[in-house]
Design a protein around this ligand. Structure first.
Ligand code: FAD
Length: 141
């Protein structure tokens, strides 16, 4: 059984570009073994991550990630059973924030800021879909 999970969190101040690279590196090393695919977005201190895979594997990884001291305020935005993966090509892709234009954000929220805490999980999921559709995900494999 496949599931897709989406959450948001706030990075602790110490998280910088190097730490982000380390998280992505670790994800790319671990996720294929667990059959996990997904996408990670990091903008202005906020993480949004989508995890896809078997229910047990996704639940285990989410619990591990939620306990990670590098972030807090972890909020589950969406959890659903799925027939097929949306991010099958990425063990952990990274949203290319330079492709995130203000018009796209304004379409889905009151101001041109990525703030998953102030919009519904459905809206954040729709924004993710658009980013993937416009090829704004980097880090194939
Ligand atoms: P090890 O890498 O050996 O780590 C052992 C312990 O040390 C773990 O408890 C780990 O949390 C902690 N640790 C390691 N490095 C640091 C550090 N620099 N600062 C503080 N504590 C540290 N992991 C994945 O496998 N897949 C993912 O998709 C994924 N996404 C993540 C997204 C976010 C936003 C964050 C913050 C973390 C993510 N992680 C992901 C990392 C995850 O939380 C665990 O750190 C990692 O899975 C542990 O890998 P490991 O079992 O190989 O243990």
């Amino acid at each position: 059984m496949l599931v897709r999970l989406m959450y948001a969190s706030r990075a602790v101040p110490a998280v910088d570009q190097d730490e982000l690279v380390a998280i992505l590196k670790k994800s790319k090393a671990n996720n294929p073994k667990a059959g996990i695919t997904g996408v990670l977005c990091f903008s202005e201190g906020i993480f949004i991550q989508v995890l896809e895979g078997g229910r047990d594997a996704v639940n285990r990884l989410y619990n591990r990630i939620a306990a990670d001291a590098r972030h807090g305020d972890v909020v589950l935005l969406n959890y659903e059973e799925i027939a097929e993966r949306r991010f099958a090509g990425w063990s952990m892709g990274q949203v290319n924030m330079s492709r995130l234009n203000p018009a796209l954000l304004l379409r889905y929220s009151e101001c041109a800021r990525l703030d998953p805490y102030s919009v519904s999980g459905r809206v954040t999921a729709a924004l993710f879909d658009e980013l993937v559709a416009t090829a704004a995900v980097i880090g194939q494999g």
